[in-house]
Every structure is written in structure tokens, then in C-alpha cells.
Design a protein. Structure first.
Length: 164
């Protein structure tokens, strides 16, 4: 049984369950300007855990409907990160990431993990997490980060402009 997207968020808020995202859907991860390579692709470093992390934050696009412009506008609006003018959002297909990484790792999950209201920040139903990654600063962590980076399908400006 597949739940409608809005119910995934409601269930998480009520029960705390982290449900897997549909494999046809897409997520984006913010890539800092220094991690956008000269050819415009993301550096695999952005897809590796840092020493204090146990999962990677991403944003689930389809929670905001099917219009890409609207999806990205909502991700930008609700972001709790400091987005930089030359930063990018790397877009990836959930199923493609899982399939690619499954060649080396069978623990990866991409799950809905909405954030509630916190201080000046609105609730963010798009927040999601890539879980089951290898430890930071390990050869396996480096390899898996690079594999995830290879799955990007598009790079989007982190800040909207008339030229976006």
C-alpha cells in the first residue's frame, strides 16, 4: 500500500515513524559553493557523513507537488541553512541512489523526516534523511559518498534569481 504524500508527513508528526520515500520521487541536497566542481557537478564530499552526523539531510521535492519551480521555491523558503549565491541543490532520484549504492551497501534508506516549527523556522515537511551510511572518514564512507554524487540528475541554484 502506498500512502499519499501528505499522509506520510502527518504519520511522522503523529507517530514519529520515518517512512521510506517512493523510488520514483526526488530529493535535493545543498552543495556548498566550494564543493561544486569546475564542471558544475557535486563533489562526493558533500554526500559523506561528517564526524558528528549519523545521517545526511536532504529535501523531498514531491511533497510540494509536481511543479519543479514551486518545489525548489519551497525548499529555499523553508531551508534552515545559510544558502550562498554560488551554492547549488543537487537533485537525485531516490530509486537511482538506492540502486547504485546497493552495489556496495545494503543498509541505505531514504526516509521522510519532517521538521517541526522551531524558533524562527516554520515546519518543513520536505526534510528527509539518507540513513544507513558508513562512518565518516572511512574508505567505505568516501566511496559511498562518491557513488551518491554520481547519481545527481540536475544542479539547481540555491538562491533564486531571474536567470534561474
Amino acid at each position: 500500500m502506498t500512502l499519499p504524500r501528505k499522509w506520510v508527513w502527518v504519520l511522522k508528526r503523529i507517530t514519529g515513524l520515518r517512512l521510506d520515500l517512493p523510488e520514483d520521487d526526488h530529493v535535493v541536497r545543498y552543495v556548498r559553493p566550494s564543493m561544486v566542481l569546475d564542471d558544475g557537478t557535486p563533489d562526493g564530499t558533500e554526500f559523506r557523513l561528517r564526524p558528528d552526523e549519523n545521517e545526511l539531510s536532504v529535501n523531498w521535492l514531491e511533497i510540494f507537488g509536481r511543479d519543479k519551480t514551486h518545489q525548489l521555491a519551497e525548499v529555499r523558503r523553508l531551508s534552515r541553512l545559510t544558502l550562498r549565491p554560488n551554492g547549488r541543490f543537487a537533485e537525485m532520484n531516490v530509486g537511482r541512489v538506492k540502486c547504485k549504492v546497493a552495489e556496495e551497501l545494503d543498509t541505505l534508506r531514504i526516509v521522510s523526516d519532517p521538521l517541526g516549527d522551531e524558533g524562527e523556522f516554520e515546519a518543513d515537511p520536505s526534510h528527509a534523511a539518507i540513513m544507513g551510511l558508513p562512518q565518516a572518514d572511512s574508505p567505505e564512507g568516501d566511496m559511498i559518498g562518491d557513488m551518491i554524487a554520481e547519481c545527481f540528475t540536475a544542479m539547481h541554484p540555491a538562491l533564486w534569481s531571474a536567470n534561474s
